[in-house]
Design a protein around this ligand. Sequence first.
Ligand SMILES: NC(=O)C1=CN([C@@H]2O[C@H](COP(=O)(O)OP(=O)(O)OC[C@H]3O[C@@H](n4cnc5c(N)ncnc54)[C@H](OP(=O)(O)O)[C@@H]3O)[C@@H](O)[C@H]2O)C=CC1
Ligand SMILES: Nc1nc(=O)c2c([nH]1)NC[C@@H]1CN(c3ccc(C(=O)N[C@@H](CCC(=O)O)C(=O)O)cc3)C=[N+]21
Length: 303
Amino acid sequence: MAARIIDGKAEAARLRAAVRDEAAAFTTRHGLAPGLRVIIVGDDPASRAYVRTKTRMAAEAGIAGELIELPETSTTVELLSRIERLNDDPATHGILVQLPLPAHMDAEAVLRAIDPGKDVDGFHPLNVGRLFSAGRSLPEDLLVPCTPWGCLHLLRTTLGSDGLAGCHAVVIGRSNIVGKPMAALLLGADCTVTVAHSRTRDLPELCRRADILVAAIGRAEMVRGDWIKPGAVVIDVGINRVATGDGGSRLVGDVAFAEAIRVADAITPVPGGVGPVTVACLLRNTLIAAQASTRRTGSPAPR
Ligand SMILES: NC(=O)C1=CN([C@@H]2O[C@H](COP(=O)(O)OP(=O)(O)OC[C@H]3O[C@@H](n4cnc5c(N)ncnc54)[C@H](OP(=O)(O)O)[C@@H]3O)[C@@H](O)[C@H]2O)C=CC1
Ligand SMILES: Nc1nc(=O)c2c([nH]1)NC[C@@H]1CN(c3ccc(C(=O)N[C@@H](CCC(=O)O)C(=O)O)cc3)C=[N+]21
């Protein structure tokens, strides 16, 4: 039987509707909408398209989103001073710096400079540390990286809230954006977790032992149908643009979808899987950051 297709687009719409209700209540209470600032450096067309989606979705959810576009030639110091100003701005509750940054910039220093309370990507070392030291339940105000949070959310909607316990989860990829935080969240959900990467031996054999397989590699359709355990749940994080015969292009994931669908119990498509849920989580994190800032100070102004 063909696998269930996990509808990330529909789930994202549900998440955004919930954010919209709470954002409206926040705005009424505080006279100020939750505010998100997305900074993009350089003019990579794909990155620009993503960030435009983020700010448009924000507006629809009642979040005041603003896109800050900086030239490729900006320096780390210039970006840091921009972040400092946003850290001090009471109307800014969430700050996201689109990655990757140009190679001449010090990305680590940039991520460290963002106020951890406004770090809606969850990439600041303080938030990373809180995530990795959390147990089964995450602190309510913790800003968790959006993509892995979205993957966990889709797994819970597919398997039920207790359906993950005891599962062997294999995560392919060990980046700070996806693989590592994904592993931390799955551990917190009582999975037995294996993290694979480019030096892992016999990856197909390892994957065949996974009840839950998360692919975050960045290689088009690398995971084949015969790597998948019958009945497994497959989460495909990969976003790869490949050329089509007619001179156009299309998006594919890291998993060979047409093969996998014949073996898996459930699978996320690309597009329409993890991507939209990632964006919904960013809005959710902005709301959480805004709410936490008022708890800290009694007003929306964080200082
Ligand atoms: N849907 C969404 O919301 C998002 C999607 N993405 C997509 O997810 C994918 C991964 O992103 P990201 O984590 O940032 O990518 P990175 O390039 O930072 O990490 C890729 C990981 O895959 C591993 N890898 C590469 N080749 C192989 C291989 N042949 N066998 C096993 N492991 C391999 C690397 O191993 P090693 O560490 O050894 O080099 C690395 O750990 C990309 O397609 C990206 O576009 C990313 C973020 C959000
Ligand atoms: N600081 C930072 N935070 C990020 O979260 C971050 C980042 N940098 N850099 C790039 C990656 C990538 N990423 C995506 C988010 C949504 C879709 C998405 O919505 N994709 C749609 C398709 C979009 C299309 O059609 O092009 C989908 O999968 O259906 C894709 C990719 C977030 N990232």
